[in-house]
Design a protein. Structure first.
Lengths: 359, 358
């Protein structure tokens, strides 16, 4: 029961929301749409569900063309960022409703709802009304309802975005397990690269209505096809700088230089280095010093994100631990250039692996 | 601007509280310095909104008092407390221009137009609103409107404190970064007492000089961001702050030292002989694989890109540790070493040696 998008595109007036796209998601697969807001993730999902009709192209499911089939006639579950519950029903009845519609025996309804409630940590709230629950519990109720029936296609559109941080951490740990034994197609949209990595599966990186990269999630992160994919897959944003390569040396506008990798031809490139390879402490012998004025220090609780300007170019450093930095001061950072990506003038990743470089 | 003192403050929503859990806010004594940037951080239902409402005057406490600069305001209604508040949802008059929205709190208090103009221009500049001052507020995005709300909170010069109640809730995750940084910058430019309520650790820790961490109606630690990371005073703080949170492992205490399955674990503190549930707390950042140490079996590896979160089962329970990208992860049984300076004993949840002291 594979889901296939064949040359699917969406235009609204003169605006192209989705450029012609081909995608195939196999049964039992976990698929992530990763991209910023307005990258086209929701539009693409709505076309998969049958909530939106593509302007051109076809949607196939289980070998049948379902492009014109209404959402009610497809076995689809959707979970949105903003959840919806029946206010006059108990939590139990909310979760049970799709099973009652499907006329399942009471005993099975009991056990399935119980199992799902346990997974969502709302077992103690089954007799309450949604309005008596916290926001996070209401969201989990809606999620349990969407997941309790055996759908062929489950679409989750940023389902954890409105949850408390700790809960999000737990849920993304549990979600893959929830789908592991199902034979359905799961599509999960998120704006967060770390969430995508921890969920695993395969990822379609999206940018401005196009799929710019596709493959196993960790592989895309480590070997992005190009600049756009690398940008989508970095939070905080990947550091980019224009570089020129000449006589075996790489030189940045920032005045920083290092010995070029073997196989890197002379010319101009954009280098991309992820924030965790730019550190307040020296990480490797290949590190080069980048000095700059600290603009903002963001602390997440266990990591420090320092934004600084070097020669008027914005840079970001990410490191373990809490390191308060005074804004407005000059500070020294060490960029491990053995970890940087080189992109050619067309934005494509320059593959140096044949020359013995580990990406 | 004012120093805020909370004295024996506690609050219950029910008429005759008896048990511990009847209190929405358990007894609290706190001093907030004039001009400080504070955050109230905790999960939903921890009592942070109750505390905020007590300070603003929307609630009258069942016990204790609230002082602004040694002046008792416990009985005063909100409008007499001179407090500016920024809420979750933007409070903006759609039919007014951005300028008139910012001017509103001042005009409402009869401030002369020359002063109004001066303040509005200052605040607009701080919030990047200068270019849109003449525009109607109705056409703006959620974050644009929230910037106006922030501006309205900052525009008055006669306030004792500015309270922010989850101000970034409606903001798109990708724009949150900008506003988080903006808020921090605003505090350095407007040296007012600011109290920021949130369940989001990044917002709290980025903004505040001091964070007040709450759980089930109780303050469990008041500390700088560095202190909360390096020396949690309660296992809850270690768990709630940081991702992944601190490991909490069962242990036995003999002569003040901690043991897991008979093996002594070096710790930074000693436990008193006092009976109670003893646990070891150590953050994943301070655990590593080693040739010797606590025996454990690797059960799960999650690739987070720049590092992997490894989960291993030991006699004390599940241990999480971080292994940087490219690091070696033993396939099955292994030994774990804890950094003694970052490993502590906790008694009944509290850091051993300072039980019950946030």
């Amino acid at each position: 029961m594979a889901l296939e998008l064949k040359n699917v595109a969406k235009k609204v007036g003169a605006d192209v929301h989705i450029h012609p796209t081909d995608l195939t998601f196999e049964p039992g697969s976990f698929n992530i749409l990763l991209g910023t807001t307005l990258a086209g993730k929701t539009t693409l999902m709505q076309m998969m569900a049958g909530l939106e009709k593509p302007t051109s192209g076809e949607v196939w499911f289980d070998g049948r063309n379902v492009t014109g089939t209404a959402v009610q006639k497809r076995n689809v579950s959707m979970v949105y960022q903003q959840f919806i519950n029946y206010p006059n029903m108990s939590v139990f009845d909310n979760i049970a409703s799709p099973l009652r519609v499907a006329r399942l025996p009471d005993q099975e309804i009991q056990s399935r709802v119980g199992e799902m409630a346990e997974l969502m940590r709302i077992s103690a709230m089954l007799d309450r009304r949604p309005s008596e629950l916290s926001g996070g519990q209401q969201q989990r109720t809606a999620m349990a309802r969407a997941l309790v029936k055996d759908s062929d296609l489950i679409l989750l559109d940023e389902p954890l975005a409105n949850l408390d941080f700790k809960l999000r951490e737990e849920m993304r740990d549990e979600l893959p397990r929830l789908f592991a034994e199902r034979n359905c197609v799961v599509v999960y949209a998120t704006t967060e690269p770390t969430e995508a990595l921890l969920l695993g599966g395969q990822t379609a990186a999206m940018h401005e209505g196009r799929v710019v990269d596709l493959g196993p999630t960790a592989q895309i992160y480590r070997h992005p096809s190009g600049l756009e994919s690398a940008k989508v897959f970095s939070e905080p944003p990947i550091n980019l700088a224009s570089a020129s390569v000449k006589s075996g040396w790489v030189l940045l506008d920032e005045g920083v230089s290092w010995k070029a990798d073997k196989g890197l031809a002379d010319g101009t490139y954009t280098i991309g280095i992820r924030p965790h390879h730019v550190s307040p402490v020296r990480q490797s012998s290949k590190s080069v010093v980048v000095e700059g004025k600290v603009k903002v220090a963001e602390l997440t609780g266990s990591e420090s994100i320092i934004h600084f300007h070097a020669h008027d170019h914005p840079w970001v450093s990410l490191s373990h631990g809490v390191h308060p930095f005074e804004t407005g001061r000059f500070a020294r950072f060490y960029a491990d250039m053995s970890k940087c990506f080189y992109f050619d003038s067309g934005g494509h990743l320059v593959d140096l692996s044949s020359a013995g470089k580990a990406a | 601007m004012a120093r805020i003192t909370l004295k024996n403050l506690k609050h219950a929503y029910m008429p005759n509280p008896v048990n511990d859990e009847d209190w929405a806010l358990k007894e609290l004594n706190l001093d907030w310095d004039d001009g400080g940037a504070y955050a109230l951080l905790g999960p939903s239902g921890c009592g942070k909104t109750t505390l905020l409402n007590l300070i603003s005057g929307l609630l009258t406490p069942s016990h204790g008092s609230i002082l602004f600069d040694d002046h008792d305001v416990t009985g005063l209604p909100p409008e007499q407390r001179k407090i500016a508040q920024v809420f979750q949802f933007p409070v903006v008059y759609d039919t007014m221009t951005v300028y008139d929205n910012l001017a509103f709190p001042l005009r409402n208090r009869g401030v002369d137009e020359t002063t109004v103009n001066k303040r509005v221009l200052e605040v607009a500049e701080m919030n990047d609103l200068t270019a849109t001052l003449g525009n109607r507020a109705s056409g703006l995005t959620a974050d644009g409107k929230q910037k106006i709300s922030l501006g309205r909170g900052l525009v008055r010069t006669d306030v004792n404190a500015i309270l922010f109640d989850e101000p970034l809730t409606v903001i798109d995750p990708h724009l949150k970064f900008q506003l988080r940084s903006k808020l921090k910058e605003l505090h350095t430019r407007v040296p007012n007492t600011m109290i920021y309520v949130t369940h989001d650790q990044t917002e709290a820790i980025t903004f505040a000089d001091k964070v007040v961490v709450m759980n089930v109606g109780e303050v469990v630690q008041v500390g700088t961001p560095k202190e909360l990371f390096e020396e949690p005073h309660h296992t809850f703080v270690g768990h709630f702050i940081g991702s992944p949170g601190m490991n909490v492992l069962d242990c036995e205490v003999k002569n003040g030292h901690a043991y897991i399955a008979g093996k002594r674990i070096a710790t930074a503190n000693k436990a008193s002989a006092k009976a109670g549930k003893s646990e070891i707390g150590v953050r994943p950042e301070f655990v590593k694989f080693a040739g010797r140490g606590l025996e454990a079996r690797v059960v799960k590896v999650s690739d987070a890109g720049r590092f992997s979160v490894v989960e291993a089962d030991s006699a004390g329970g599940r241990v999480r540790l971080l292994v940087d990208e490219g690091g070696t992860i033993p396939p099955d049984t292994a030994h774990l070493e804890f950094d003694p300076a970052a490993t502590r004993i906790y008694t009944n949840g509290w850091l051993a040696g300072r039980e019950g002291q946030p």
